[in-house]
Design a protein around this ligand. Structure first.
Ligand SMILES: O=C(O)CCC(=O)C(=O)O
Length: 286
């Protein structure tokens, strides 16, 4: 049986995650894992997948924001990262789930000086998986200076109504998707007129630090970079054993339903399969 690294998470950090919707842990990823991620991102950009999009690609300013979503089967570096690094063990401990399922990996590469922020959103409202045991682990290969952090809304993973969904399309970042019959909350002006009503969480980070946030925690930002500064951020998505495959009224993004079906997984299933292996809190890869 393959073995992933194990990283003990304190009960205090787990409690913070469930209370606030996010927690940042310092110095989790060794140089070996950062090197693996560097290769993963470079390979991804050289060999785009069918889900690769440039959210921004401005020939005049040179500003580019590359984005992709990949399972462990799409990129050997990300496969090793998901199944060998301490992330799986951390995810299982934080979710208090017997196993953490390595759902997929998301890449965001901003060229130096890019000014485009990621729109406010909740990851899980796009996913083809529902359940409370769901999280993302975000990390960056470049230092994240104050003023350029990913920003998260404290406690938003507990909101009763989902946030209206932002548009994420080829050269179409922002704007709200209108879905018939879906009760959503209009996106507040978190950094402007409504700033006093919400507690924001943001952390300057160094390579090796990780930010764990719940699938329903509202977040955005991570842009407006100073000249000469690039941002390669990688987000790893994990599910716990209460997760079930679902469809969404607005369609899923990413839509893994066809690939899951090829792996024998249908609506209502916990999607453990060759496409989405699982890892225990002790690091055993199943
Ligand atoms: O790095 C970013 O700009 C966005 C990160 C994000 O939205 C995510 O990981 O879900």
């Amino acid at each position: 049986m393959a073995q992933a690294e194990r990283f003990p998470v304190s009960q205090g950090d787990i409690d913070t995650f469930w209370r606030d919707g996010a927690v940042m842990l310092k110095n989790v990823l060794s140089d070996q894992w950062l090197e693996e991620l560097r290769h993963g991102v470079a390979t991804n950009m050289e060999q785009p997948t069918k889900r690769t999009v440039d959210w921004v690609n401005n020939k005049e300013t040179g500003e580019r924001l590359f984005h992709d979503q990949l399972t462990v089967q799409h990129n050997p570096h990300f496969e090793r990262y998901m199944l060998g690094s301490p992330l799986g063990s951390i995810a299982a401990q934080v979710m208090a789930s017997p196993t953490a399922l390595a759902f997929y990996v998301t890449t965001f590469v901003r060229s130096p000086g890019t000014q485009s922020r990621t729109p406010w959103h909740q990851d899980q409202s796009y996913w083809c998986a529902e359940g409370r045991q769901a999280l993302s682990i975000w990390t960056a290969l470049d230092s994240v200076a104050a003023g350029t952090e990913l920003e998260l809304v404290k406690g938003s993973h507990l909101w009763e109504r989902p946030l209206a969904q932002s548009q994420f399309g080829e050269s179409q970042l922002g704007g709200v998707i209108d879905v018939d019959g879906m009760e959503t909350m209009p996106v507040p002006d978190f950094t402007g007129a409504d700033a006093d009503k919400y507690d924001m969480m943001r952390w300057p980070m160094e390579p090796g630090d990780i930010l764990i946030f719940h699938g329903m925690t509202v977040h955005g930002g991570s842009g407006a970079l100073p000249p000469g500064v690039q941002r390669r951020s990688i987000s790893a998505q994990f599910l716990g054993e209460d997760a079930r495959v679902t469809d969404r009224p607005s369609g899923c993004n990413p839509d893994w339903l066809p690939e899951l079906a090829e792996n024998g997984i249908g609506l209502g299933d916990y999607p453990a399969c060759a496409m989405c292996p699982t890892i225990t809190a002790e690091g055993a890869v199943l």
